[in-house]
Design a protein. Sequence first.
Length: 292
Amino acid sequence: MFKGSIPALITPFRNGKVDEAAFRKLIEWHVREGSDGVVPVGTTGESPTLSHGEHKQVVEIAVDAVAGRIPVIAGTGSNSTDEAIELTRHAEGAGADAALVVVPYYNKPTQDGLYGHFKAVASAVKLPIFIYNVPGRTVTNIALETIDKLARDCANVVGIKDATADLTRPSRQRLMTGEDFIQLSGEDGTALAFNAHGGRGCISVTANVAPRLCAEFQAATLCGDFAKALALQDRLMPLHTALFVETSPGPVKYAASLLDLCQPDIRLPLVPPGEATKKQVRDAMVYAGLLN
């Protein structure tokens, strides 16, 4: 159920508010283009600057718009365990298929603290839980052993989004926790190698604007056609790079605006990308065949 190309959805804004019409249009496009799932209100969805009301609204819209056609993995993490439990319970009640729970940021918990946090969230719901490890944003890195213990102690801790870009981790986790534990990459540029190490897909930024290419790429890796996957990787790599020249999701929202998917608006403290970044994004989209 949880595999392939899963865009970490942007949250469209218009006049400072969530643009529901654009968000619904974006989701419909992803279903049509072959995305294997969607993740609303993750990092790329600007969850840190959404109010709790907006966060819940975006999850509810995503579930309604998808209408059971592909899985919805709702971002529900927080550096407050009580808050993460509240958001995860809401996602479960809204009909999401799973929750993506980020490693608590800023607090810098120990491994025991991380275990306690995820155990508390998992125990509060029946919803499948994906741990989201992104130490470049959270500072704290959850250990393989802590993940393994959670997977063994909590039946609904089913997988991980690994955004470490450490390509030894998926193999080491696979040997430790077993093949049934679902490992999804959180880093587009290394997704090819990640799947070769036993990964099953990618929660992707690039798939926001190249969903069909990303879906074809993931399908190729999952059926073992790494020659085709490499050709697609070469086509997409400049875009993978360009979308992170400045802090995401500024560049990917600009890219989406070039495709008339939504406005490029983002919220402070993030600011729109500079002209040099815009040119790099546009050039990469042309190279990938997304623009003339």
